[in-house]
Design a protein around this ligand. Structure first.
Ligand SMILES: *Cc1c(COP(=O)(O)O)cnc(C)c1O
Length: 431
């Protein structure tokens, strides 16, 4: 499999090059040259496959021969060694819980898969590889955990001081070894700005392979398809599900649509957004207008110009009509998010996190005019990661799951810095 740049000004590369580069030299996103088709029996008999077999079937064509099959098998086994249960919440909605991984966020799968692929590719390279990320919370934890102790790779994470939850901060700052946390006295935009500057710095890129671990990287984007097949494996209704995905940068939903194009039965996709409504507005009026992100309760989705949406357009050859047949989008306010959390807890005894609540609410809107259908919403984070919101709305304490209790006792270890690029540069050169 080769990947081309969506800007069409760079050579095609294989999975290894695409993973190491992240973005093409012309700043375009990499996109697979063709979309594989699942064998018919695979979908028909999906209940008889193991999770690992499903994942391998999906990812093998994308990886090609850049990783030997035995190694790829091991990577997949490690990537998905936790559960992805589909839980019935009310008469026509099911939660696909994607938060049973080590950092309680759906980003664990992409981060774990990418880290292990990069670890394998690093063995063949002499240069030092540094993964550099700015995080507003969830990405950093998943990346830190996923790359922890992966040989040949150092991880540098920038996060805004005082702006991530206590669970998130512990996940970023307690691992040590090859994971380095920089606590920036500024906001998320400052962190992102510093990271951008480093990627554009010729001097740094001469001596270090600097790569990002965000969802534009094919090795983080493509394995997210697994969720949709795991959901389908547990689906008991005759007609395929409507699937509602809480969306920020649109990497997750884009991978779901990709799996659908490969042959996974899905009735319809819903991109559930918070007040950052660029895509709902685009699908409504046909005009794409990037905006400045506004802060909401579902802060992992506070994105004003979703980077992966261009991949969705590519899947549909930029044909607006075809896109609208498959995808709808809703914008959900913070008020609606809170009332949804309250309603679902009171009526169905199920605790949503703010991101899952946005997805539930969007699905509810869609199903209210499509009565006969059933739907799945993706629960992308454990409610305990957003205690301020969930506990205020429900007036209860969310217990910290046993799996992460140990890190809450560990001591934070972060380097405090002001948003000063020279500091970051010296730090990167010295790691
Ligand atoms: C990152 C994230 C999202 C958004 O996913 P995208 O792939 O960027 O659309 C949704 N929910 C949570 C909890 C996240 O961390």
């Amino acid at each position: 499999m080769l990947y081309y740049s969506l800007n069409k000004q760079s050579p095609k590369v294989d999975f290894k090059e695409a993973t190491l580069r992240g973005q093409a030299p012309d700043k375009g996103l990499y996109f697979p040259e063709h979309i594989p088709v699942f064998p018919k029996e695979f979908i028909k008999d999906i209940v008889s496959y193991s999770k690992e077999e499903i994942a391998l079937q999906v990812i093998q064509p994308y990886v090609g021969d850049t990783i030997p099959s035995k190694k790829l098998h091991d990577i997949v086994v490690e990537t998905i060694n936790f559960n992805f249960p589909l839980i019935k919440v009310d008469e026509n909605k099911y939660a696909l819980e994607l938060y049973h991984g080590p950092t309680l966020a759906f980003k664990d799968v992409g981060a774990r898969f990418m880290s292990r692929c990069l670890g394998y590719f690093a063995k063949e390279k002499k240069e030092k590889i540094i993964v550099l990320v700015a995080t507003s919370g969830d990405t950093g934890g998943a990346v830190a955990n996923g790359f922890y102790n992966v040989e040949g790779i150092e991880v540098v994470i920038l996060y805004p001081s005082g702006k991530v939850s206590s669970v998130q901060e512990k996940q970023l700052t307690t691992l040590g070894n090859n994971i380095h946390a920089l606590e920036v006295t500024g906001n998320f935009d400052d962190c992102q700005q510093l990271v951008k500057q480093a990627f554009g710095d010729v001097e740094i890129n001469r001596s270090i392979t600097l790569t990002s671990a965000n969802s534009i990287n094919v090795a983080r984007w493509l394995p997210q398809q697994f969720y949709y097949l795991f959901a389908y494996q547990q689906w008991k209704h005759e007609t395929p599900p409507v699937i509602s995905v809480p969306s920020g940068n649109f990497g997750n939903i884009c991978s779901g649509i990709l799996a659908h194009i490969s042959g996974l039965p899905v009735k319809h996709f819903i991109a559930a957004c918070n007040s950052n409504d660029v895509i709902p507005a685009y699908l409504e009026g046909g005009v794409y207008e990037a905006k400045k992100a506004v802060a909401t309760l579902s802060n992992a989705m506070d994105v004003g110009n979703p980077s992966n949406f261009i991949r969705i357009l590519e899947i549909f050859n930029n044909e607006f009509g075809n896109l609208k047949n498959v995808l709808s989008s809703y914008s959900i306010t913070d008020e609606e998010t809170k009332s949804t959390i309250k309603q679902v807890f009171n009526q169905h005894d199920y605790v949503l996190d703010p991101h899952g609540a946005v997805a539930y609410s969007a699905l509810q809107k869609y199903l209210s005019v499509h009565h006969d259908e059933h739907g799945i919403f993706l629960e992308t984070a454990h409610p305990v990661k957003f205690p301020a919101c969930v506990e205020e709305v429900l007036n209860l304490t969310v217990d910290i799951p046993e799996s992460i209790a140990p890190i809450m006792k560990l001591k934070k270890n972060a380097t405090l810095m002001s948003p000063d690029y020279n500091f970051l540069k010296d730090y990167l050169l010295g790691v």
